[in-house]
Design a protein around this ligand. Structure first.
Ligand code: NAD
Length: 247
């Protein structure tokens, strides 16, 4: 169960976004009293949460927030939404995530949880059925968003066990629920633009969706369990031994 508070200091990067806000809510709901948010815009104003406003792509912004928050657990959910120019993904997802890793290591943060995406293994052409961590990254990424999500994820996983930092990455598929800023807007645009007559496949295609509070719950579990020994599947290459005394 993740219902007991750990009493640790948390920083949720992208904590004013859809998923990030649900992670903040879940932390507060289970009784955590030391929760901070880093985001490029402040969309929420709560007296019990410390908000840092800054750009992930700027190392001073994120390093300053990580230090000032005193975070022991950093949960990195920030990413630009789909449909923007390629350079913004390079800047935020790749440079920004490298900044997060470096700032965590410099500040002696023990745990980093990264929100990746299921689409890092999707090339757009073949079906993925019961896919798991053994499937490699798409050889030809679907687009700049997926390319940079995969490279950010790889950097986070490669940092595991280095300079006292434990890391992991979660790959949600579609996320739905209150506060969504993409899915419903996209469906609405399809209807509004009369694009409903297109069908891909023979009407048996499936796509995974997870309720946002469950995705948030998975992030808390990942943060809680990171560094605890339990059977794991190690896929791409064996990870270096990890100091489990970090707690
Ligand atoms: P969102 O846009 O609601 O939240 C992202 C947050 O990051 C926003 O608050 C935004 O202001 C912030 N942000 C963006 N650029 C930033 C920067 N340069 N510096 C600081 N903050 C910045 O998106 P979401 O749907 O909550 O997605 C959260 C994470 O989950 C993302 O990493 C996304 O790739 C991943 N994901 C989302 C879905 C989905 O269906 N929504 C599916 C799979 C993976």
């Amino acid at each position: 169960s993740n219902s007991a508070p750990t009493g640790e200091a948390y920083l949720v990067i992208g904590g004013c976004g859809f998923l990030g806000r649900h992670i903040v809510d879940a932390l507060v709901k289970r009784g955590e009293t030391n929760v901070s948010v880093f985001d490029i815009v402040q969309r929420h104003f709560d007296a019990n949460i410390t908000f840092f406003t800054g750009d992930l792509a700027n190392i001073e912004d994120i390093a300053g927030a990580i230090k000032k928050s005193g975070a022991k657990i950093v949960i990195h959910t920030a990413s630009p939404p789909h449909g923007l120019a390629a350079d913004i993904y390079e800047k935020v997802n790749v440079v920004g995530t490298h900044n997060v890793i470096e700032a965590c290591q410099d500040a002696g943060v023990p745990k980093l949880v990264y929100t990746s995406s299921a689409s890092v293994i999707y090339s757009g052409s073949e079906n993925l059925i019961n896919a798991d961590e053994r499937i490699p990254y798409a050889a030809v990424p679907l687009d700049a968003y997926n390319d940079t999500k995969a490279r950010a994820e790889a950097a986070v996983l490669a940092a595991n066990g280095k300079e006292g930092l434990l890391t992991c990455a979660l790959r949600p598929s579609g996320i739905f629920g209150p506060g969504d800023r993409q899915a419903i807007m996209g469906f609405h645009a399809v209807v509004k633009n009369n694009q409903t007559k297109f069908q891909i496949g023979d009407n048996t295609n499936l796509f995974d969706w997870t309720y946002v509070a469950n995705v948030a719950h998975a992030h808390l579990l990942a943060a809680d369990k990171l560094g605890v020994t339990y059977p794991v599947l190690v896929l791409h290459e064996p990870l270096p031994p990890v100091d489990l005394s970090l707690g």
